[in-house]
Design a protein around this ligand. Structure first.
Ligand SMILES: [Zn+2]
Length: 304
């Protein structure tokens, strides 16, 4: 067990976590418990999880103040991920509170909901599956947009909203100019949100129904082989995945690292999979990609 200090939830946080549980359960997820949540210094967290790295970025974001740490079983691109824990970094949150003038409790609330957003995207079962494969791939824009939109749904007070907007990256002047010619004016407190930054991408999801987002999480878990851009296009767009993916171009949509994986190469590469799509009418639906892969024996534990 971890030697880290347990986080003590506020009553407001518990109420909102139960609201999130109900929201996910109403949309077909099973939430029978919450992850462990700790409140400790970054250094203590790193003693327990030595792969944690100190990161310095120009703009603040929730993952500089906390983390969702999950495990990986196996190696390579067919490794599976295991349930993680949430750590809120007490020292970083307290420093940021002094620097920004935001109330510590408001920062804790927003960072907690963001990290729980990662856990909700990753772990609670829906249709018998979790985001077991590919949660560790480079899909940061998709994963951070999901964690941030879930945190956004949880905002209650003016203090929460101030923290959320402070932790949302804004465009530099050049970016503002680009936004103006794109007429894609998404602003927070009069500044343009940097929607190309993984932590600003959730702004493209603000108008979406919660049900649509939750249904899309289930699809993304099954379509884990897509690259980040196509995942996010699907998440933020209005099309079914099968409508935006052209089976003849499937190779263009797939995370390049999967194509390079020894498991895929040993079995003749992606062409064998594409042939299977082509040969068999029932595989023309790209949704079936995962079960196709599993029939290749690549993902033995995939329960379809
Ligand atoms: Zn995050």
């Amino acid at each position: 067990m971890s030697g880290l200090t347990a986080y003590r939830f506020s009553a407001q946080e518990i109420d909102k976590m139960l609201w999130l549980k109900d929201l996910f359960e109403d949309n077909g997820f099973i939430v029978d418990r919450f992850p462990a949540v700790y409140y400790d210094t970054f250094e203590n967290a790193r003693k327990e999880f030595n792969h944690l790295e100190e990161t310095h970025e120009d703009t603040m974001n929730p993952d500089l103040l906390g983390v969702y740490v999950y495990g990986i079983d196996g190696s390579g691109k067919t490794a599976t991920s295991t349930e993680g824990v949430v750590i809120l970094f007490s020292d970083k949150i307290e420093n940021y509170s002094r620097r920004s003038g935001n109330v510590k409790g408001d920062i804790q609330y927003v960072v907690l909901m963001h990290e729980l957003g990662h856990w909700f995207s990753h772990w609670p079962c829906a249709d018998n599956t979790r985001w077991i494969y590919g949660f560790d791939f480079y899909n940061n824009r998709t994963k951070e947009a999901l964690a941030n939109i879930i945190a956004y749904w949880c905002l209650e007070t003016a203090g929460h909203k101030k923290v959320m907007s402070d932790l949302t990256p804004k465009c530099t002047n050049d970016g503002e100019f680009l936004h103006m010619i794109n007429k894609n004016l998404l602003t927070v407190n009069g500044q343009y949100v940097d929607i190309n930054n993984p932590y600003g991408a959730y702004y493209l999801l603000l108008q979406k129904d919660q049900k649509e987002i939750l249904d899309k999480i289930k699809v993304l878990r099954a379509a884990f082989y897509l690259d980040d851009q196509h995942m996010f296009d699907f998440l933020s767009g209005d099309d079914e995945l099968s409508e935006i993916l052209d089976v003849d171009k499937i190779e263009d949509y797939i995370d390049g690292a999967i194509l390079a994986s020894p498991e895929i190469c040993a079995r003749g590469g992606l062409n064998s999979i594409i042939d299977l799509f082509r040969e068999n009418e029932k595989y023309r639906d790209v949704f079936k990609g995962v079960s196709t892969l599993s029939q290749f024996g690549l993902f033995n534990e995939f329960d379809s």
